[in-house]
Design a protein around this ligand. Sequence first.
Ligand code: GDP
Length: 303
Amino acid sequence: GAPILLHVVLASSATYTTPPVVLLLGPSQAGKTALATLLERAGSDNAAVVDGSGGGGGGSSSTSPILAPAQTHTSQTCQAVELNASTDSATRKSFRNRDDASGTHTKFLLVDTPGHGKLRNVAMGRLARATGAAADKSSSGSSNNSKKLKAVVFMVDAAAVGEHDALAPTAAYLYDVLLHLQRRASSSSSSRGKGGAVPVLIAANKMDLFTALPATMVKAQLEAELTRIRATRSKGLLDSGVGIDDVGGAGEDDQDCWLGEYGSEKFSFQQMGEFDIDVEVIGGSVTAEADVDKWWWWIAQRV
Ligand code: GDP
C-alpha cells in the first residue's frame, strides 16, 4: 500500500511543474520552424520535442526531431522545444541553449505554431489556452496556465512585408494576436489586478536578404497597416447595423475591437503600453550567418 501511494503522490505533483511558455506565432514561411530548430540544436544534448498539444492527426515522423532537417513542418499541431535561457550577461552575445549545471538558467518551452491561414484557429487556440481565456470556467487551471505564458514572439519575413500582398495578412494576424492580449490585459486589470500582460517581440526575420526592410521600416509598415485594419474593422461595426442609437452597447463593442488608444488617428505599438503590453521590433536572421542573439536575449529576460 504505502510505497504505491507515495509513488502516486510524487507522480501527480510532478505534473504541476511545467516550465514557462513562450509562444512563437506568425504567418507561414516567416521562419518560425527554422528558429525553433536552430535554438533546439544549439549546444544542448537533451533538448527534445516534448509537446504535441493542439490536436491529433498531424503527420508524425519516426525520425528524431533533433536529427530531422530544418524545414517547414506542415504539421497541424503545435510543436514545443524545451530550452534553457540564461540572463548571465556573459551569455548575452551567444544564443546557446544552456543546460549546464550552474543552475543559473531557466528552463522554458518555445511553442512553435502552424502559420498557415487555414490553421490559424490552431495557433489562436493555443494562445487562448495559454492566456487562460479558453478555460475561464475552471478558474484554477486557467490562472495556472496564464501565468505560464511569459512572452509572445511574432515572427515576420522582413523581405516580404514590403509587398502589400504579404503585409496585409501578416498585419491582420498580428491585429488578432494583439487584440486578444489587449482584451485579456484589460479584463485582468479590472478583475484580477495587474501583472498579467504578456510582452510581444516582433522578430523581423531574414535580414540577410538584401530585399529585407530594416526593423524600423518593418515597424512603420506594420503600424500603418494596423491603422488601416483598425479603421476598416470599426467601420465594419458601424455598418453592420449597430446603430449609434443603441447607446452603451455600440460604444462598448466598438471599443472592444479597437486596438490601442481608443479614438486615436494612427496606431502605434507604443499605445499597447496603455495595457501594459510591451511591443518591440527587433531584426535578425535564422539561416545563413544566424543572427538571433538579440531575440534570445529578449526571451531570456522574460522567462
Ligand atoms: P515557418 O512556416 O514560419 O515555420 O517558416 P520556416 O521555418 O519553414 O521557413 C520558411 C522558409 O524561409 C524556409 O525556406 C527557410 O529556409 C527560410 N528562412 C527562414 N529563416 C530565414 C532567414 O533568416 N533568412 C533567409 N534567407 N531565409 C530564411
